[in-house]
Design a protein around this ligand. Structure first.
Ligand code: DGL
Length: 289
């Protein structure tokens, strides 16, 4: 169903809206900030609901719609769904619900992995919900022809990243359990099908060794964002200063610490709260806008 027409700020100076269940989408935010240095951004981490990967697709779809309404109300000109789970569950609904607004979504990078494999075996790690979505099935049908595709979801991994445990014994053990069957199957390309996983790259490489190529779609998503903005004549001019604001439905202190550690972010972090299906900013302690 189409949402009541919301005022889109389709002006080049407006920020790019980006969201994820938590800090995973910062692996995409980092690439956007690097490739599009003149763009301002608004980033929503729905840490009150993380992890999305164990939730129903219908639930994730409602969150994605609520966050999109919020980002539009904050002035976003385009929405980047920096979350494979939300893209798989909601991208089609979002495009139907907000006609006229451009969305850039994520999908596990099965195509480049299938094109470049030498062993003929590729592996995808993602959340349980991502493997359930239609998007993943269509990717497999379209691009995994002629290769063997192995999949694993890794329970607990997103929570470990959210706790900042990138390299602890528990994280390494969780990863080993998830990756060992894939390595035994002979995979030479490992698709990181969840935006939280690039932050575990060092630990992953320690387990896989140097002969397995990790495939992270974040750089391609940033390039696609640039293409869409160009196509819509919405690229930010170089002479306007940039501003980056992060919002969280969880703890701002936790996000501040992690955002600094993961991507060097030092800007504004604002708490937001869910009221039914809507996300709202909080001004003071008990002062909801
Ligand atoms: N980072 C997300 C993804 O790309 C979501 C992970 C989660 O919340 O389970 O799938």
């Amino acid at each position: 169903m189409t949402e009541a027409r919301l005022p889109f700020n389709l002006s080049p100076e407006s920020p790019i809206g980006i969201f994820d269940s938590g800090v995973g989408g910062l692996s995409v935010w980092r690439e956007i900030a690097r490739q599009l240095p003149h763009e301002s951004t608004l980033y929503v981490a729905d840490q009150g609901h993380v992890p999305y990967g164990i939730r129903s697709l219908a639930e994730v779809r409602e969150y994605a719609k609520g966050i999109t309404r919020f980002l539009l109300a904050q002035g976003a000109k385009i929405i980047v769904v920096a979350c494979n789970t939300a893209s798989g569950a909601a991208l089609r609904t979002l495009r139907d619900s907000f006609p006229g607004l451009a969305f850039v979504g994520m999908e596990p990078a099965v195509k480049p992995a299938a094109e470049n494999t030498q062993s003929g075996v590729i592996a995808v790690i993602a959340t349980q919900a991502t493997f359930q979505g239609e998007l993943f099935h269509s990717l497999v049908e379209r691009f995994a022809t002629g290769v063997r595709l192995e999949t694993q979801f890794c329970p607990g991994l997103v929570d470990l990243v959210e706790r900042g445990e990138l390299d602890t014994p528990e994280t390494e053990a969780t990863l080993r359990e998830c990756l060992n069957p894939l390595l035994q199957a002979g995979a030479d390309h490992l698709v990181l099908g969840c935006t939280h996983y690039p932050f575990l790259a060092e630990t992953i490489i320690r387990i896989t060794g140097p002969n397995v190529t990790l495939v992270d779609p974040a750089p391609a998503v940033a390039r696609q964002t640039a293409r869409v903005l160009e196509h819509q004549s919405l690229c930010a001019p170089a002479n306007v200063g940039t501003k980056h604001t992060f919002f969280t439905s969880g703890s701002p202190e936790v996000l501040r610490g992690l955002a600094h550690r993961l991507v060097g972010f030092e800007g504004t972090i604002q708490p937001v709260v869910w009221r039914g299906n809507d996300l709202q900013t909080i001004k003071g302690e008990n002062d909801v806008e």
